[in-house]
Design a protein around this ligand. Structure first.
Ligand SMILES: C[S@@+](CC[C@H](N)C(=O)[O-])C[C@H]1O[C@@H](n2cnc3c(N)ncnc32)[C@H](O)[C@@H]1O
Length: 263
């Protein structure tokens, strides 16, 4: 799939630059860039500056930073046993997982999309509408020091929580190469898209290594992804390009949603 640079609308460019300049010193301004790969529009930039320039989308499927300090604000790599170490993108003034994103981002997400699936939603529940179905990723953890799983808040109409089971412990997790410290498994994101059969355009404003975009490329959806760290942005471009080269037949199988009441 050929990749081409997308020239940003000059009016949008001015508005992005203006917003970026208003950020406090030390928040590190990002050089804006756009790539088009197949039906995917990938934007290097800060989603707080980009989101106001975008039109409505069918759904947002995203995984914002959770304030857990996965990058720890340090240089170097997070070692994964049984897999390769994953480089942290490091900015001395701007570590990405220390604070949760501004509330304005969630307001924009809800205003611009018909449906939302937001991983780590329990960290942002005070800002999200008090309704919708929760999704639960059971990581089958055997180690007491790791989280049992993760929760996604959704705007989906029904209320029964749904569970996805995929081992993510040291014994089983690293069969797939990881290129981002908090990379989501592809089958998990494909499972999420299964709840949005009518959504043709999906937005991920915290794209990371582009797993949501890969799932969209493999399921014939249009995708808009925003990522602030150039190294992760380049990884996302590469992964999405690769996804378009793969026949859908060889993609990882999608796990059927499991009906499960959590409490
Ligand atoms: C939890 S990670 C997403 C990982 C992704 N789901 C994957 O599978 O690779 C969150 C990402 O959001 C990016 N990020 C943080 N703040 C951002 C912002 N204001 N605008 C755009 N990207 C941001 C970080 O650089 C990080 O890569």
């Amino acid at each position: 799939m050929a990749r081409r640079k997308k020239p940003t609308d000059p009016q949008d460019m001015a508005s992005i630059a203006e917003r970026s300049a208003q950020r406090p010193t030390g928040e590190g301004s990002v050089k804006h860039r756009e790539e088009i790969i197949g039906d995917c529009r990938l934007i290097l930039g800060d989603c707080r500056d980009i989101l106001p320039t975008l039109g409505p989308v069918d759904a947002v499927v995203t995984d914002p930073p959770y304030e857990i300090g996965a990058d720890k604000g340090k240089k170097g790599a997070i070692p994964f046993k049984g897999g390769k170490p994953v480089e942290r993108a490091y900015h001395p003034d701007n570590v990405w997982d220390i604070e949760r994103p501004d509330r304005e981002v969630f307001d924009l997400i809800v205003a611009r999309s018909r449906h939302q699936i937001i991983w780590g939603g329990n960290y942002f529940a005070d800002w999200l509408p008090a309704q919708g179905r929760w999704l639960w990723w059971d990581k089958c953890q055997t180690m007491p020091s790791y989280g049992d799983g993760e929760l996604a808040w959704t705007s989906l109409p029904q209320t029964t929580p749904k569970k996805f089971v995929l081992a993510n412990n040291k014994l089983f997790a690293d069969r797939v190469e990881r290129v981002h410290p908090t990379q989501k498994p592809l089958p998990l994101m494909e499972w999420c898209l299964g709840f949005l059969p009518d959504a043709k355009t999906i937005l991920d404003p915290f794209m990371g290594s582009g797993t949501t975009g890969v799932a969209c490329a493999l399921t014939d959806r249009s995708f808009i992804g925003i990522e602030r760290e150039p190294s992760y942005f380049d990884i996302a471009c590469r992964r999405i390009e690769e996804a378009y080269k793969q026949p859908r037949l060889f993609a990882e199988p999608v796990q059927k949603p499991v009906q499960d009441v959590l409490i």
